[in-house]
Design a protein around this ligand. Sequence first.
Ligand SMILES: Nc1nc2c(c(=O)[nH]1)N[C@H]1C(S)=C(S)[C@@H](COP(=O)(O)O)O[C@H]1N2
Ligand SMILES: [Mo]
Length: 465
Amino acid sequence: MMLKGTEDKHPLAIRWLHWISFPLLALMIWSGLMIYWANDVYRIGWGGITLLHFFPDAFYNILNLPQRLAEGMALHFFVMWFFALNGLVYIAFLAISGEWRHVVPDRRSWRQAILVTLYDLHLRKDAPPQGKYNGAQRIAYTGVIVMGAASVLTGLAIYKPIQVNWLTSLLGGYLWARAEHFWLMIGFVLFFAVHVIQVIKAGWNNFRSMVAGYELIAPVESLTRHQSAIRTRRAFFTMGIAAVAGYGGWSWLRSRPEIGEVAWPFRRMLQFNQRVAQLYYAPNHAAPVFPPSRIQGLRVNGDVGLGHDFDPQNWSLNLKQLANPDQVRRLTMADIRSLPAVEYTAPLKCIEGWSDVIKWTGVRFSDFTRRFAPESTQAHYVSLHTPDEQYFVGLDMASALHPQTLLCYQMNGEPLTSDHGAPLRLVIPVKYGIKNIKRIGTIAYTADQPSDYWAEEGYDWYAGL
Ligand SMILES: Nc1nc2c(c(=O)[nH]1)N[C@H]1C(S)=C(S)[C@@H](COP(=O)(O)O)O[C@H]1N2
Ligand SMILES: [Mo]
């Protein structure tokens, strides 16, 4: 295959890393920043002194980063499949093709990496002898593969912290896993910055070989030079087409007609992710509970459906059966309190990325459905509305029946305040905060997936943890 006067330079494994894995990583980082923006807590500093806040407003402005959490999540949880599957196929390819030999560090790599670094910093005169890639390059290439795998694992730990709670606690818990996921991303960006500098320093011939796959070695006869020029042009042309097609395809996907405020391909993927989650949903996986000493203050978040023209004296919980939704059964707080009281301390996880540890008191939803049972075998969902119907939540029956799902009337040992949904709110740790509806007015058993306030605003309907 090689032309006379050329040398095989970059194996397929390395070009694959650059032209497929890297664009996928870039999409993950970009959509990740659209999510992180909603709760940007990390900084470099000590005590009251902050050297660098991740990220200052200017950062979002310069990048023109849309401040749309819902869209960021839809994109992130779309690309994640391609990113993870590409990673698996890539590692399998490295193993089967034997190309791992070019990439994995060996016994000499570490010493060589130090010498290369000293040479690059002009602290040493000559470069150490090397094969296709020097020790520093091998460590770097293997490092990014390991970082990619770590990103998938830390990502999974914060994506489904309850269903994979073994993994989440192995990584130090939800907050640690979130931090690890973030610093890995910073690591990728730093790596990228150093790498680009190296590529610029290495010059045009090296870059061309990254695209064309081979390198010219002087001297070459004019015929070979002509042949190589054709091959190089063809390689760059193909790359250009691929880049335009990739960008065009992505723009096309994002501009499709929307379902619930997200382009339909992304909505379809959210629905696919829901089915995968439900396939592996385990009711015995629970949110970690904490001792009451870990209780945090109460943060009020969201007041949709909590208007002031509400009279708690006239409140009743309206129960609607599937067969006859027009016939309302009016329940009182006494009906609720007649069920066994349950108390535990666990975090409420807001979809924005923060969580608060709170002591919840109430009755199990599963006890409620035993006393006030759905009168139909077709009741696969529960629909909850505030009395004014401004806020509404849909739940799959399995999540509603989770042992930690409560109809709650006390937070941190005090009666619910109006802000937090007095007289009765839902607590459902297997879901994001958006599903924890405050001030419940109606509970209806339904056969079809009920509408949901935030799902209509672009969020995942399932919102399962
Ligand atoms: N009625 C109603 N319930 C709601 C909301 C709302 O806006 N209205 N916001 C939800 C969101 S996004 C969160 S994070 C939690 C916050 O609960 P808290 O205010 O008790 O902390 O309530 C949820 N329940
Ligand atoms: Mo939230």
